[in-house]
Design a protein around this ligand. Structure first.
Ligand code: SF4
Ligand code: SF4
Length: 698
């Protein structure tokens, strides 16, 4: 039975107050989640658990972070410090009711408690060091990643960051108070066998005890009591501050990882056009509960913005700032969100209640997310890939673009021509559809109509079929296939655009029409039983990941993967040396790389053709930077001083290349334009990986 003394009473009162306040705040946050748009993410539980283990408990994004490893390890240790300290916190609260000798079952020092105490003792020191490192960064180093990238994050940069410093002090305080609680106790309770047993497992607290030994037993008791009360009171305040601050992620981080996207990363959500009452997202309560959970979870670490090509080139978009603006707006209007939902629920029960819209349209010139922020996005996923808590941006931005295009018909004027070209000629240039196979005029390539039993369909895509520079790549790839004796055919004039640009630009209606027409064309040509080869990551992504949303399931093979097979099977041979290809730098396309995990095959075929591994830019692989064409920005004018392609070419030039190689026609256009803008055509050539192979064929 617990002894009802002053400790019991005061601790109980504080505990009830803290838990009550916390429960009330969390209840409010949960009601908001319940009141916004629904999405069913309670499927595929084993896969979700796997994500939780890898990204949550394994802290994978921190462990593999090669851009900023020191703060990442700092966070790793603080996270694990909290996990390990969890048992100690429960014990400390139990001591408030059952006395200081209380421990959890099996957790006595003579059982599992001994090794646990050792682990806890050591991790407390590691956490204190990590907190000290974090404080130095906040107080003295002032990295932009914490203080904000201007101009897009000017609001963040102008804020006081006292809350972050306070929370860090609390974390350090939790560790220190626990150490002093034990150190004092080892002095005043010396000789107690249970206390001595504990002491033998905690070298740091024991050393601290030796250091403060001269203060005497009575003072040590006071130190220990202050440590115990301080520890528990800080935790009670700390827990209540979490939902009110960016440190809410301590509570929401693991759930956010658990519920993160499991569909192919490159598949945007399918809008139900026939049943939808609104198109896209424009009100704060139209975001899904997972998107709101993202808002709750942002740690404000800035990894997203530090990887964003729009932020890097001075555009108005910084993903962190966009999310924080939405979050702040949500908090301001959360009561209205809840009321609207409750009124709608009453209406559904026949007690009719008409709720007003929540707040204003969040998308618009003077609103929370201005148009130019939305149109600045390259949909490159660099932000999402860097985010340690798996916050998703691309789908949110696509949803807001859908609103702008489909409900307000408001988009950059250049896109009028693009949408018209897609609608009338099935290509974004609007070039006559009958010219689609002009590139093949001098080649003897069968059309699928003439060779319905071909093993492969080569789906060329609009850029490879209509753009003069990229037509050369198409010819190169076709020659490789012919040389290798691959049994393939093309659709020729029958080929249709897959609508990738329309979808990324928010024109979901147009995209769905195009996707269905392409599926009908594929099915009429009997493609279901064939492999579709592409040499364009955008086509690859759409055919592989998005057409299945409309019943179009095809086996899609990318060019580098197939060429690697042809090389391995010795169906093509290459010249033994890589003359002229001494320094080849490879640029990853976002839609092969971050969206589809294709990193190795293009590099391996470059190495096969040149005899050397390609050079790597500082930002390559998962952290590679977009060329500037992604997210439909291929079709949007850029200010001369904010061009992503120029920055990317600068990054490539740092490696001193003769060739900048890539596997994407959009990247080709952007990098080529960047080289031309810098007047470097004589020195550096933009080249597709397939062109390198074709030039080296024996
Ligand atoms: S998807 Fe790319 S461009 Fe868009 S916000 Fe993220 S990092 Fe920036
Ligand atoms: S979205 Fe993710 S990466 Fe960006 S600031 Fe928030 S937690 Fe960090």
């Amino acid at each position: 039975m617990p002894e009802i003394g002053a400790r019991f009473v005061v601790h109980s009162v504080l505990f009830v107050a803290a838990v009550g306040y916390f429960a009330n705040t969390i209840y409010g946050r949960l009601r908001v989640l319940q009141s916004v748009a629904w999405t069913d993410l309670f499927d595929k539980i084993p896969e979700r658990i796997n994500k939780l283990v890898v990204y949550g408990f394994g802290q994978k994004k921190f462990v593999v972070d090669r851009q900023d490893p020191a703060p990442s390890w700092m966070h790793f240790f603080i996270f694990w410090g909290f996990v390990i300290l969890g048992l100690r916190v429960v014990t400390a609260f139990g001591q408030g009711w059952f006395g200081l000798e209380f421990h959890l079952p099996l957790m006595g020092a003579d059982m599992l408690g001994g090794p646990y105490l050792l682990l806890k003792d050591l991790i407390e020191v590691v956490v204190i060091c990590s907190v000290a490192f974090a404080l130095v960064r906040w107080l003295f180093i002032h990295p932009k990643r914490l203080y904000g990238f201007e101009p897009a994050e000017a609001r963040l940069a102008g804020q006081s960051h006292g809350e972050a410093i306070l929370i860090l002090c609390f974390i350090g305080g939790i560790m220190l108070t626990d150490l002093f609680f034990e150190a004092g106790r080892f002095i005043y309770a010396a000789g107690d066998p249970a206390v001595e047993a504990e002491r033998s497992w905690v070298p740091v607290a024991s050393m601290l005890s030796t250091l403060i030994q001269p203060i005497g037993a009575e003072n040590a008791r006071i130190v220990s009591e202050i440590g115990w009360w301080g520890h528990n009171i800080i935790i009670m305040i700390f827990v209540n501050l979490l939902p009110l601050s960016k440190h809410f992620h301590i509570i929401t981080g693991l759930p956010n990882v658990f519920f993160s996207k499991l569909e192919p990363l490159g598949a945007l959500s399918k809008q139900e056009l026939e049943t939808a009452e609104t198109f896209g997202t424009s009100r704060i309560d139209q975001f899904t509960w997972k998107q709101v959970l993202d808002m709750y979870t942002c740690t404000e670490c800035g990894r997203c913005s530090s990887n964003c090509p729009a932020t890097a080139t001075g555009k108005p978009l910084a993903p962190r700032q966009m999310l924080l603006n939405l979050r702040d707006y949500l908090y301001e209007h959360q009561d209205e969100v809840i009321e609207k939902h409750a009124a709608a629920a009453n209406g559904a029960n026949g007690e009719a209640a008409e709720a007003p819209e929540v707040g204003v349209n969040v998308v618009g010139a003077d609103s929370v997310v201005p148009d130019d922020v939305i149109w600045s996005c390259n949909m490159c996923r660099a932000c999402e890939d860097a985010c340690p808590v798996n916050i998703e941006y691309v789908d949110k931005i696509a949803d807001m673009r859908r609103h702008l295009v489909q409900e307000e018909a408001r988009f950059p004027t250049e896109l009028t021509r693009v949408f018209k070209g897609l609608e009338t000629q099935s290509n974004p240039w609007g070039i006559g559809a009958e010219k689609r196979d002009d590139w093949a005029a001098d080649l003897d390539i069968p059309r699928i109509a003439d060779k319905p039993d071909a093993e492969y369909l080569y789906y060329v895509g609009c850029a490879g079929a209509f753009d003069d520079r990229n037509k050369k790549t198409t010819v190169s790839f076709a020659k490789i296939l012919m040389k290798a004796g691959v049994d393939f055919a093309i659709l020729g004039k029958e080929e249709l655009c897959n609508g990738d640009s329309a979808r990324r630009l928010g024109n979901e209606y147009l995209y769905q029409t195009m996707a269905q027409m392409l599926i009908e064309t594929f099915d009429a040509a009997g493609i279901k039983n064939k492999k579709v080869i592409v040499n364009c990551p955008h086509c690859f992504n759409t055919i592989k990941n998005e057409l299945p949303q409309f019943g179009g399931e095809y086996e899609c093979v990318h060019a580098a993967e197939l060429v690697k097979e042809l090389l391995d099977e010795k169906k093509i041979g290459l010249k033994p040396n890589g003359d002229g290809y001494e320094v080849v730098t490879y640029h990853d396309s976002c839609y092969y790389g971050r969206f589809n995990n294709v990193y190795d095959a293009p590099r391996e075929v470059i190495q096969a053709a040149t005899g050397k591994e390609p050079q790597e830019m500082e930002r390559h692989g998962r952290t590679g930077m977009c060329c500037g064409a992604g997210g439909g920005r291929m079709w949007i004018e850029e200010d001369a001083d904010k061009r992503v392609n120029l920055l990317r070419v600068d990054q490539a030039l740092e490696t001193g290349p003769e060739k900048i190689a890539m596997s994407c026609p959009y990247c080709m256009t952007m990098i080529n334009d960047g080289i031309k803008a810098k007047d470097l055509e004589e020195k550096v050539e933009a080249v597709d990986v397939m062109e390198i192979i074709e030039r080296q064929l024996t």
